[in-house]
Design a protein around this ligand. Sequence first.
Ligand code: PDD
Length: 285
Amino acid sequence: MSRIAYVNGRYLPHERAQVSIEDRGFQFADGVYEVCEVRGGHLVDERRHMARLDRSLSELRIARPMSAAALSVVMHETVRRNRVRDGIVYLQITRGVARRDFPFPPEGTPRSVIVTSRSNDPAWLEQMAGEGIAVVTVPDIRWQRVDIKSVALLPNVLAKQAARDRGAREAWLVDAQGRVTEGASSNAWIVSRDGTLITHPLGRDILPGITRSVVIDVARAQGLAFEERAFTVEEAYAAREAFVTSAGQIVMPVVSIDSRPVANGAPGLVASALRRDYHRHAEFS
Ligand code: PDD
């Protein structure tokens, strides 16, 4: 079955789904995106994703192309047409098509809207969560507004490839003070020796992960000690546990950092319990 994409009002097989060479997403990475988990054919935490999308659009002064209700219909329809039960739905909005020129195009230029969806293999993800993943640290060379979920992801691409080159699944980005900001495509967490759950505070230097916000709810419900503060690479090496969060993988235990085992090198109890309880705190639509 050929995959179906929504592109500017039409549902098309991927082979025929196209955007213009003058799309500002292509020319300038002038656009934003969202990735939402699909589980049992439902969208997970759509409302939180749509709220973040609105914020990304407004920070970049891109007018919303359609109502939240209309976008919701398109996302659900794309999931349905692709027969995705478990996977993700991807939404991208760019400032539209215009002659290549740096300032914004004339007001009223239609924004481009693209939605795709694809399945993942829950058994494979569960297996990976049972084994844990390796991460490596790399300098965080991104711009100063990474709280906006923009499609300008070149530093993330390079970081992720550096991880792959070193046999790891994720890169942890490290600021000039030696502190971990987040992963190349995930938020970063540790559990300290005294059992405190720690993740970087919100601000302009991390993406406000939706999974991160739900995990905080789960941690509170489980009565875990929790601190929002930056942690150093050294602290991470010495941690009792580490893990990453993102829509695609929910809570994924980290078992090695720069080839050093985290504690005994097996997924931790806190990460596993957060993963187990996650969907009880998520919203399905
Ligand atoms: N990435 N930080 C970065 C830099 C990310 O790219 C992501 C998500 C996250 C986690 O956010 P959330 O919990 O809302 O998925 C944090 C998505 C999945 C991606 O680019 O594919």
